[in-house]
Design a binder for this molecule. Structure first.
Ligand SMILES: *[C@@H]1O[C@H](CO)[C@@H](O)[C@H](O)[C@H]1NC(C)=O
Ligand SMILES: *[C@@H]1O[C@H](CO)[C@@H](O)[C@H](O)[C@H]1NC(C)=O
Ligand SMILES: *[C@@H]1O[C@H](CO)[C@@H](O)[C@H](O)[C@H]1NC(C)=O
Length: 328
């Protein structure tokens, strides 16, 4: 699955700082490497990719920013991950600008936790792309970023996309299964290292984890659509369960239905509610929390900007001495 990240960097013009963060042909990947603090890990980072292509690119970033990028670039390191997670960001072809922002958000993650190694691959998930213009643009996007997954369904909210995603993944990645499969949206900012820290201590099977939606006495009969994780065995169960299809149980409020299938099937019994740490950003944008795992409702650029600001994503990325950027 992991291709050589330098593969696509043919020309200097591609070697812009941002593009380096998500090396071509590689899924946006973050490794939480115990060795990250060593100079070795850092020197194997993006500087290597960019060498000779654009000397300038090295100078734009502070050491801290480079360290973060190195964590992303270190995806090529041969370390054996302690756990692996596939993150599917459900989106639509036309939402190109949003995808660009989300891609950067995944690339510029906060510094990883000191312990453990995780492999986290991020893919943007579409249903079938029928419009020829969309198809051409999605094709170049897929070729450029290698992080696109097109499913066999028609693009339509509440029309079986989540079911298609959860059932396609076990087939598509059968050769190299992940421990966990996540579904999230393009208006969710996920803090990957924080989520990985949660998952590290959890079982690797029969897991259903997210922001629990309480109904009556049950605190989490299903997980909120902002983002939830199932273990691989649960996704595999969904993919082979004919009952779900027989009952036409894929149409409707999808995230609620996921809970319904699992509850009926007695699956996802290792269930975890990350509610206070996964939440909706309020209207005033003043309920950010430092220990956030995911913040949702980032429906416009202003809200993304506020999120990057709060989580110090933009902080110190660009050297104050750079003459090329004059940003407030
Ligand atoms: C896609 O779905 C259609 C309709 O259900 C089916 O006929 C077709 O075989 C599917 N194709 C793939 C590649 O799964
Ligand atoms: C399944 O549900 C959808 C949406 O409610 C409906 O359009 C479709 O006809 C149903 N299919 C079957 C086989 O019942
Ligand atoms: C952002 O940086 C400031 C200053 O270093 C720090 O006080 C704050 O805790 C950081 N915020 C988060 C969410 O890490």
């Amino acid at each position: 699955m992991k291709t050589t990240s330098s593969h696509g960097l043919h020309s200097a013009s591609l070697c812009t700082p941002y593009l380096l963060l998500v090396p071509l042909g590689l899924l946006a990947a973050l490794l939480v490497l115990p060795s990250l603090g060593s100079s070795h890990a850092r020197s194997e980072g993006l500087g290597v990719l960019c060498r000779g292509a654009g000397a300038d690119a090295d100078g734009y970033y502070t050491a801290a920013a480079k360290e973060n990028m190195a964590a992303v670039a270190a995806a090529d390191a041969p370390a054996q991950p302690e756990l692996s997670l596939l993150v599917g960001v459900l989106t639509m072809p036309g939402r190109r600008e949003r995808r660009d922002i989300v891609r950067m958000a995944y690339a510029l993650q906060p510094p990883p936790a000191p312990a453990g190694v995780a492999r986290v691959d991020v893919r943007f998930v579409f249903c079938g792309v029928s419009d020829p213009v969309d198809a051409a643009l999605v094709a170049v996007e897929a070729a450029r970023h290698g992080d696109i997954l097109v499913l066999n369904c028609t693009e339509n909210m509440n029309d079986g996309k989540t079911h298609e995603y959860l059932s396609a993944v076990p087939r598509l990645f059968a050769a190299a299964p992940y421990d966990y499969v996540m579904k999230t949206d393009d208006d969710t900012y996920l803090r990957v290292a924080a989520l990985v820290e949660e998952l590290r201590t959890k079982p690797r099977d029969d897991v259903y984890l997210g922001h629990g939606f309480a109904v009556g006495d049950d605190p989490m009969p299903f997980m909120h659509g902002m983002g939830y994780v199932v273990s691989w065995d649960v996704a595999a169960w969904v993919s082979t369960n004919q009952e779900i299809l027989r009952h036409n149980d894929t149409h409707g409020p999808e995230d609620l239905l996921v809970g319904k299938w699992l509850n009926i099937g007695g699956k996802g019994k290792n269930r975890y509610n990350l509610k206070p740490r996964m939440y909706d950003l309020n209207w005033f944008m003043d309920n950010f929390q430092p220990d956030t795992i995911a913040v949702h409702m980032l429906k416009d650029n202003r809200r993304w900007a506020a999120t990057f600001k709060y989580f110090n994503v933009t902080d110190g990325i660009i050297k104050p001495s750079s003459n090329l950027y004059h940003l407030p």
